[in-house]
Design a protein around this ligand. Structure first.
Ligand SMILES: *[C@@H]1O[C@H](CO)[C@@H](O)[C@H](O)[C@H]1NC(C)=O
Ligand SMILES: *[C@@H]1O[C@H](CO)[C@@H](O)[C@H](O)[C@H]1NC(C)=O
Ligand SMILES: *[C@@H]1O[C@H](CO)[C@@H](O)[C@H](O)[C@H]1NC(C)=O
Ligand SMILES: *[C@@H]1O[C@H](CO)[C@@H](O)[C@H](O)[C@H]1NC(C)=O
Ligand SMILES: *[C@@H]1O[C@H](CO)[C@@H](O)[C@H](O)[C@H]1NC(C)=O
Ligand SMILES: *[C@@H]1O[C@H](CO)[C@@H](O)[C@H](O)[C@H]1NC(C)=O
Length: 637
């Protein structure tokens, strides 16, 4: 017995004797390195790294290994770090795995010892002013290397060939020159070498990447760009001159053709399916009730038998006529019928959980949006009643109006105005991909306000019993002057909620995932997610490999904000604008209130509007158009 106790005592004391000193020594050296780093690199915002406070739990931007023995990640994005990286500081953090110093103003070169920290796997230094060459001593554990938007010059080091764990190599917008090394990197998923001065042929190993991984390098050639001069001519005699202008045009042409072919193929298939379905539908109807057509309220022929004898139309009962009518709402100036609609050329705009949306261009040039609903669970009477509500309640400048609908057993169509600017989802996330200017801050606030008003209007109508139930950025359409308009109102009531497709979970309030019953409070939650999406530039979707998507956006934001590391959440595109951070933080607070987990803690939409208007008015009066004031009053119920 005593022996056992003695052994145990010995073991325990041995443990104490060996491990703790080793621990504190290492963490201490990490701490000294960080203090030296902070002391020698000026920074705009205060780093509260006090040597008296524990590094692992209270130093902003720092996290440690699970046993708190070493510093594991250092994230200091957009804190105004300014000047050259001091040598002999960060390099000492030799257990560091993640280093993010993105969006600062770090200059001069990258000390080689930073890139060669043995355990480093992610290095984010984009959006700085680093120059010089990329160090050749990069550590082989790197999986993510982002040095984009700096002024690195020289060649891409051959060392990169040996970084076999690399999944992302982002070097766009630097001044790199020379050839691209043959990178046989099986795990590489994201590559961007655009906007440098690279030259020569694109190595075969990288030809699987799209052209926009290579754009803006005037002397680069080979697939997916223009063929190289002197190589076997491609089937289409293309100009092989390496003049930058011509080369660029070539890229665009190629991309555009590619996109058009892809779209045409996709569109063609869908169009074909649509036509076949409609034909089947028409054929069936013809068979079941021989003379089918009738006249609509506008006295035009509708539906069913094209070119049938008009006399026969009237012999078919009124009931039949009613059944095939395209029902327009009052105050709508459209003048076409179902047949015109079916003849229109259609292009798929999107596929949602409620069905497919088409852009239909009628023969007279009128363009409308047609939504084909699938899996409507209510009967005709309920459907018509609901449509009446939607048509009436949807009369608000921030709600996309329903113009007409069509109901038959086999087909349910809704007709909306066509809004050319597209959806918030496309403009927010798509502009990045297509290189268009990102949405600026004021526009994002304006859109938030418009959407809030649209929702508040819906919530106020009908004695407060209406809900939207399906708010998401692809359902927010942007008018010509970039006002946010809510679409798809009133459809949730016609369908069963689809069993939470992964894409949608991101907008659904936690309680709705369980009860499957959306409420006004869950609309508020979805609105909060929308605002977070605009603040962060990240889509609340599950989308592996896409850096700009986050499965549970509110939870992510909450975790970052909890560490009071608020700047990290904001869209980099926004951080470039000066003096808006306070407003962004205020908007963030509004959004966070909306995504509160307990429904009754979420504000009402009127309250949300009030707070957004306050934020708008608080920033320099000159930025607020005076007309806003009136609208706010009229928006109040
Ligand atoms: C530093 O800031 C973080 C978050 O901003 C906070 O959690 C921590 O307590 C602060 N530490 C000190 C020593 O003030
Ligand atoms: C970046 O650094 C270069 C010199 O290395 C300097 O000329 C330029 O003004 C800097 N740009 C910014 C935005 O600080
Ligand atoms: C890459 O790895 C190979 C084999 O391990 C080695 O011979 C070569 O020197 C390395 N190249 C660089 C640039 O590190
Ligand atoms: C990247 O480079 C392209 C071409 O030079 C330029 O149009 C674009 O504005 C640059 N992007 C940034 C964020 O600097
Ligand atoms: C780009 O590279 C070419 C040679 O490939 C060189 O002649 C030219 O001066 C470089 N341009 C810049 C801006 O560095
Ligand atoms: C690479 O970066 C450029 C410039 O920012 C951008 O236009 C292009 O879409 C990016 N390519 C990829 C594949 O992300």
């Amino acid at each position: 017995m005593q022996d056992h106790i003695l052994t145990a005592f010995l073991v325990v004391s041995l443990l104490f004797a060996c491990i703790p000193p080793a621990k504190s020594a290492d963490l201490n050296s990490d701490k000294q390195a960080l203090l030296a780093f902070a002391a020698s690199l000026p920074h705009g915002r205060k780093l509260n790294w006090s040597s008296a406070a524990p590094v692992c739990t209270s130093w902003v931007g720092v996290t440690c290994t699970p046993d708190n023995s070493r510093v594991q990640t250092l994230r200091l994005p957009a804190v105004g770090l300014f000047g050259p990286l001091p040598s002999d500081t960060l390099g000492k953090l030799d257990a560091l795995e993640v280093l993010s110093l993105r969006s600062n103003r770090i200059t001069v070169d990258l000390p080689p010892e930073v890139g060669s920290i043995p355990s480093l796997h992610s290095l984010y230094l984009q959006h700085n002013n680093l120059s010089g060459i990329i160090p050749t001593s990069l550590t082989s554990t790197l999986t993510f290397l982002d040095l984009s938007y700096n002024t690195f010059d020289g060649e891409i080091p051959l060392r990169v060939q040996n970084l076999t764990q690399l999944t992302a190599l982002l070097l766009q917008n630097n001044s790199l020159s020379g050839p691209i090394p043959d990178l046989q990197l099986p795990k590489l998923r994201h590559l961007n070498l655009s906007n440098n001065n690279l030259s020569g042929p694109i190595p075969p190993s990288l030809q699987r990447f799209p052209a926009n991984s290579f754009l803006g390098n005037a002397f680069l050639c080979g697939f997916p760009l223009q063929p190289c001069p002197g190589t076997a001519p491609s089937p289409s005699p293309s100009p092989t001159s390496p003049s930058p202008g011509k080369a660029k045009k070539g890229f665009w042409k190629r991309i555009r053709t590619g996109v058009i072919i892809a779209l045409a193929a996709a569109g063609g298939v869908l169009l074909l399916i649509l036509i076949v379905l409609l034909l089947i539908c028409i054929f069936k109807r013809k068979k079941s009730t021989e003379p089918t057509t009738a006249s609509s309220s506008k006295g035009k022929t509708v539906a069913g038998g094209r070119g049938e004898n008009p006399k026969e139309e009237y012999s078919s009962g009124v009931q039949e006529a009613e059944r095939n009518k395209l029902v327009f709402f009052e105050g709508c100036s459209y003048n076409f019928d179902l047949e015109d609609l079916l003849r229109a050329s259609a292009e798929v705009l999107g596929k949602g959980s409620y069905g497919t949306t088409y852009k239909a261009v009628l023969e007279d040039g009128t363009t409308v949006v047609v939504k084909r609903l699938k899996e409507v669970v209510v009967g005709k009477k309920d459907f018509e009643q609901q449509m009446e509500i939607v048509g009436r309640v949807g009369q608000h400048q921030n709600v996309v109006p329903l113009r007409a609908y069509y109901y038959s057993k086999d087909e349910k169509l809704l007709v909306y105005d066509y809004i050319p600017s597209g959806s918030l989802a496309v403009v927010l996330h798509g502009n990045k991909a297509t290189g268009k200017a990102p949405l600026d801050w004021e526009t994002r606030v304006k859109i938030s306000l418009g959407v809030a008003r649209g929702i508040a209007h819906l919530h106020a109508e009908g004695g407060g019993k209406f809900i939207h139930g399906n708010l998401k950025s692809s359902n927010i359409l942007l008018s010509q002057n970039l006002d946010g308009c809510v679409s798809e109102f009133g459809l949730a009531q016609l369908m069963t909620i689809p069993p939470a497709p992964a894409r949608l979970v991101g907008y659904r309030a936690p309680e709705v995932l369980e009860t499957k019953k959306p409420t006004q409070k869950s609309d508020v939650y979805s609105f909060g997610v929308l605002v977070l999406e605009m603040l962060t530039g990240k889509a609340p979707l599950r989308s592996p490999g896409r850096e700009d998507s986050i499965e549970h956006l509110p939870r992510w934001v909450q975790s970052v904000v909890r560490e009071e590391w608020t700047a990290e959440v904001f869209d980099v595109d926004l951080l470039r604008h000066p003096n808006i951070e306070d407003e962004m933080v205020q908007m963030l607070q509004v959004a966070m209130a909306c995504v509160a987990a307990p429904p009754d803690q979420r504000p009402k939409m009127d309250e949300v509007i009030r707070r957004i208007v306050e934020i708008r008015n608080s920033y320099s009066g000159s930025r607020t158009p005076p007309e806003e004031k009136q609208k706010d009053e009229s928006a109040a119920p």
